[in-house]
Design a protein around this ligand. Structure first.
Ligand code: ASP
Length: 356
């Protein structure tokens, strides 16, 4: 790929254990202040390793590539996810693990997308970033990068400790498709309400093995088609029919993530229900995902307020995050599935994204 550029490759110790590819995509971690505008902007990668001389002490061989153009992660999109997955796929055989430096704002979406695009993944892909740029003295980026590299390089009986897509942030390792960003200020910016941490870093790295995916002997498969014809509709008391119709009348719409209340509840008034029913009858798949960040799962039918949703064919997203639901729908629709197949796969766990 032309716009990925090999930036630097340095081997660190005589006894090399793991080869790690660090992919720098942008985000706060590598930002600097533009003196004219006073805004944070990405800077070229050289400045990152200049700020991390201790990388020389890590027991791994590290190669760094930048994915150009460097972006604020607010500019992430499905094309970017496919480029990133392809870069990992193309380098898969040559490395033991991957660390992706990424902005925090949409990191949970990118992690979710990578989970689905990389089927049969058996090596660590760890996304990390920081709240303060590496150039700032109190940066959290230094620890985040070093610990991510250490975890990506970690092996047990020759097998990677964490062979899945993860997010590492502020001493915690999470499954990538279970996480959401919940704080724009604190160093611990991410949370996984419905799935335990995969590891916690203190004096030692404590791996939560029972919750980590196993390696597979199956060959890695790269998926490159994501269908963007989806929407998210967040319910709120007083939502108008006009607003709802605007979403459901979107041209070529295939599926909607319906963010409901509590355990999957929604208004029961007939006008509201009939708009949803019309959409289902038009072939739009509606997935019920709760606005509650934690505390379990959508249980359509637990309250009367959700019984009607079930009756008209809205499907349960179980305990999936909105971020993972978006990625899963784009991926499944990209695979060209029928609606029945789509509904079936939304109801089962493909990459550990739901608990069923
Ligand atoms: N706006 C930045 C980004 O997501 C924030 C960050 O990196 O934390 O790219």
């Amino acid at each position: 790929m032309n716009n990925e550029q090999l930036t630097v490759s340095f081997s660190l110790r005589t006894k090399l254990k793991s080869k790690i590819l660090v992919i720098y995509t942008g985000g706060t971690i590598g930002m600097m202040m533009n003196k004219e505008t006073n805004a944070l902007e990405p800077f070229p990668f050289d400045d990152i390793y200049m700020h991390l001389p201790m990388l020389n002490l890590v027991n791994a061989e590290i190669t760094v590539k930048e994915m150009l153009p460097l972006i604020d992660s607010s500019d992430t999109n499905p094309q970017f996810w496919v480029r990133l997955a392809t870069l990992i796929f193309d380098n898969y055989k040559d490395y033991d693990g991957f660390v992706v430096l990424h902005g925090t704002d949409t990191m949970a979406y990118t992690a979710s997308a990578l989970c689905f695009l990389l089927e049969n993944l058996s090596k660590p892909v760890i996304l990390t970033g920081s709240q303060l740029p590496l150039g700032v003295i109190r940066t959290d980026g230094r620890e985040n990068i070093l610990n991510s590299i250490e975890i990506a390089a970690a092996k047990q009986e020759e097998k990677p400790r964490v062979p899945e897509v993860c997010i590492y942030f502020e001493n915690s390792l999470f499954r990538g498709n279970r996480v959401y960003k919940d704080n724009a200020e604190h160093f611990n910016a991410f949370h996984s309400a419905n799935y335990p941490k995969l590891a916690e870093v203190g004096v030692r790295v404590k791996y939560n093995d029972a919750f980590i995916r196993q390696t597979t002997d199956k060959q890695l498969i790269l998926h490159t088609k994501l269908d963007e014809n989806i929407a998210i509709l967040k319910l709120y008391p007083g939502i108008t029919q006009k607003a709802m119709r605007a979403v459901f009348n979107t041209e070529n719409l295939r599926a909607v993530v319906l963010e409901t209340f509590g355990s999957g509840n929604a208004p029961s008034n007939p006008e509201f229900i009939s708009i949803l029913e019309e959409a289902v009858n038009k072939g739009i798949v509606i997935v019920n995902v709760t606005q509650c960040k934690g505390g379990g799962t959508v249980e359509i039918g637990r309250y009367g307020a959700s019984v009607l949703l079930k009756k008209i064919g809205v499907i349960s997203g179980h305990d999936i995050t909105t971020e993972a639901a978006v990625a899963k729908l784009m991926y499944l629709l990209g695979e060209g599935l029928t609606n029945e197949e789509l509904k079936y796969y939304m109801g089962i766990s493909l990459r550990g994204e739901i608990t069923v």
